[in-house]
Structure formats: structure tokens, C-alpha cells
Design a protein around this ligand. Structure first.
Ligand code: PAF
Length: 281
């Protein structure tokens, strides 16, 4: 596996690969890799000649300095995992390399950032858009891989690609879950045993809401039932939204033809977790 820490180093290498007509898949990550990331790397390896996995904890997308400082860093085991998977290239730039100067550009994603993460994490999607845009320009991938767990992030990146005409095909890969249903997340590593047990309420809520949709229960009632479930738990419900999977706008009613995304965020102590489930017809 090749390692690069500089923009010029990886660009020189990839220029040669492009000349040899090798296709390039990009898996952008912030490290602390888990099975969800591994599934992205595997998908990229199966669809491209070269897979570049980037590991960069992007300060610009954190609205909270403490959250940034506490973000898990497991570079050594990440590299072992990538090597095992057969990943081709790893790009591990420093902050100075990615942001030699303070970024002035601000990205605003309109209604896509109005709800959910955008509402609770000021400036988050600007930061995601900036770093992903930089990575697309540096790597120039043919395909880029993201997880459905960050559904709103995917919608924002899709908009970024359209608005800047990036020549890249996006792939949104399914959520991977632990045996009890908890979605894999780098933040799960920070949960203690009690928190880990309690965190399952996010998935339970999504399952409950899905069953209620089958029973044709109204949107208002579903929301109240999920709120009541959290009432019996120590996990703080930050939001539970029933939205259109593409526009991410809340839906007020539904029928058998309506595509629905159930999106949830909660705090287990100081650890913020998100999850979602798409019900498509
Ligand atoms: O999903 C993530 O890990 C990050 O938001 C991303 C896409 C790597 C950008 O920093």
C-alpha cells in the first residue's frame, strides 16, 4: 500500500496512473475506521483499478472544538486494516497541507442544510463541502464512496458535485450494523458499556417508526411515540425527522407510494450519534 502525505506527492503518482488508464476510486474518511468504512473500501476495490482512502480529521466541519479534539485517532490500526483489505493508496495529509491558508469561500446548501444536522451543527456542511471539494480536486477520482448513515451529508455532496460540475460518480453505500442493530460509527468507540447498551434506542426507534408506518399511523403520532420511547431512556433525543429521502424536507402525510427517510440523532452522554432508515416503495 502506498502512503502519501503531500498533495504534490499523490498528484504526481495519480497523474501517472491516469496516463495508464487506471480508474481511481476515492474513499474519504476521518480515520477511526470500522466495518462501515471497510465496506466502502471493498466496493471501491471491486469497481476501480486504484483505491485512494484519505484519512483527515477535518477541523472545518466541527462546530465544537471539544468534539474535534476528542475525535478518535487510531491511525496505526487503520493502516493495518486498509492493508488487510488490499487498499491501494492512503492519503494522510496534515492540516497545513490541506489548509495552507485559511479558507475564505463559504458554501451554503439552502434547504438541504436547513433541517437535522444543518440545524444542530452550525457550519458543518460548509466544512464538509470544502474538504470534499478539495479532495475531489486533488485526487480527481472517477468514483467516490460515502455511507448512507450520513444521509444529509450525501445529499449535500451530491449538490456540490452538480453545482461545481465535478467529474465524479458518487456511490452511496448501505448502513452496516452491529449484531443488535447499532449502526457502525467511529464515535461508538467512545461509548462506555452502559452507553453502548443505551445507544441501541436509536435503532429501536427507527424500527418502531417503520412498523408504525406499515400500520399507517399518522406522522404526528409516530413522532410522539418515538419521543415517548426516549422519555424512558437516559439518551437525549436531538431530533427525529420523517423526511423525503431526496429533498430531506419533512413530510406531513404519506401513502403507499411515498418514499420515506426516518432520521434520528441522539446524545449518549457527550457522544452524539446519528442513524437513519429509508423506506422506499
Ligand atoms: O463522513 C466523514 O467521515 C467526513 O464527513 C468526510 C466525508 C470524510 C469529510 O471530512
Amino acid at each position: 500500500m502506498r502512503h502519501f502525505t503531500t498533495v504534490s506527492g499523490i498528484q504526481n503518482y495519480l497523474r501517472e496512473q491516469k496516463l495508464n488508464h487506471n480508474s481511481i476510486g476515492l474513499v474519504p474518511t476521518m480515520g477511526a475506521l470500522h466495518e462501515g468504512h471497510s465496506s466502502l473500501v471493498k466496493a471501491s476495490l471491486s469497481e476501480n483499478d486504484i483505491t485512494v482512502t484519505s484519512i483527515f480529521i477535518n477541523p472545518v466541519q466541527f462546530d465544537n472544538v471539544e468534539d474535534f479534539k476528542r475525535y478518535p485517532q487510531t491511525l496505526e490500526s487503520d493502516l493495518i486494516e486498509l492493508q488487510k483489505l488490499g487498499n491501494t493508496v492512503v492519503f494522510i495529509p496534515s492540516q497545513q497541507e490541506m489548509y495552507p491558508e485559511k479558507t475564505i469561500l463559504r458554501l451554503e446548501f439552502g434547504s438541504l442544510q436547513q433541517e437535522m444536522e444543518g440545524k444542530f451543527r452550525e457550519g458543518h456542511f460548509n466544512g464538509v463541502g470544502i474538504v470534499v471539494g478539495k479532495l475531489f480536486n486533488i485526487i480527481k477520482p472517477d468514483k467516490a464512496y460515502f455511507g448512507q448513515k450520513d444521509l444529509q451529508q450525501y445529499a449535500v455532496i451530491n449538490q456540490l458535485v452538480k453545482d461545481f460540475s465535478f467529474d465524479v460518480k458518487l456511490r452511496c453505500m448501505p448502513i452496516l450494523r452491529e449484531d443488535d442493530g447499532l449502526a457502525f460509527s467511529s464515535r461508538n468507540q467512545r461509548l462506555d458499556a452502559k452507553g453502548r447498551t443505551e445507544a441501541i434506542i436509536l435503532y429501536k426507534s427507527l424500527e418502531l417508526a417503520k412498523d408504525l408506518i406499515v400500520e399507517k399511523v399518522s406522522i404526528e403520532e409516530i413522532i410522539v411515540k418515538v419521543q415517548n420511547l426516549f422519555g424512558q431512556s437516559t439518551v437525549d433525543l436531538e431530533y427525529f425527522e420523517i423526511v423525503d429521502p431526496v429533498s430531506l424536507m419533512p413530510i406531513q402525510s404519506y401513502n403507499t407510494q411515498t418514499n420515506i427517510a426516518l432520521c434520528i440523532a441522539g446524545r449518549v452522554g457527550k457522544i452524539r450519534l446519528i442513524d437513519n432508515m429509508i423506506i422506499s416503495k
